[in-house]
Ligand binder design. Structure first.
Ligand code: SF4
Ligand code: SF4
Length: 154
């Protein structure tokens, strides 16, 4: 599209990227939940002249924005999630530092110190996969759950 986007606000950046392809950031779970988690704001200024309504993208909402225990339950069984390979993890803590939600969705829950790999709190995880992208050991993989695999074949 011949544009470059920069921002100090990662949620605003993602939301702006959505808007230029005529995708409402309100239907993008990471924008809504990222803002709720204090990682940034998805309300940005008018960029009408940059919007390309012909850009091909799925504009169907991924899920309703209203949260519920049932939806969280379903999300954790349907949505792919990051998982740490304990044998590859060097306990560097990069994934914990990079996780944008507050409190962290990946942290040293069990022992409270860095004597073991971080653990995930999937109910908090917004599936941004920053942890997976930044792990220097490539110790984090994307776990495609059984239901997601089945759904992808329907
Ligand atoms: S970034 Fe990778 S190597 Fe570092 S603690 Fe997290 S999983 Fe382990
Ligand atoms: S995908 Fe990783 S970085 Fe993103 S919210 Fe979940 S645990 Fe945090």
């Amino acid at each position: 599209m011949n544009i470059l986007l920069f921002s100090t606000d990662r949620i605003a950046l993602d939301a702006t990227a959505c808007r230029v392809i005529a995708l409402n950031p309100r239907i993008v779970p990471t924008a809504i939940r990222g803002e709720k988690a204090g990682a940034g704001a998805y309300h940005s200024e008018n960029i009408e002249s940059f919007i390309d309504t012909n850009f091909i993208v799925n504009r169907t909402p991924v899920m309703s924005q209203t949260s519920s225990r049932f939806k969280t339950f379903l999300k954790n069984r349907i949505t792919p999630k990051p998982a740490i390979d304990k044998d590859k993890c060097t306990l560097c803590g990069t994934c914990v530092n990079m996780c944008p939600v507050n409190p962290k969705a990946v942290d040293y829950w069990v022992k409270g110190n860095q004597s073991g790999p971080p653990e995930y709190g999937y109910n908090r995880c917004i599936r941004c996969f920053c942890c997976q992208e930044t792990c220097p050991e490539e110790a984090i993989s994307i776990d495609n759950l059984l239901l997601a695999k089945i759904a992808s074949h329907i």
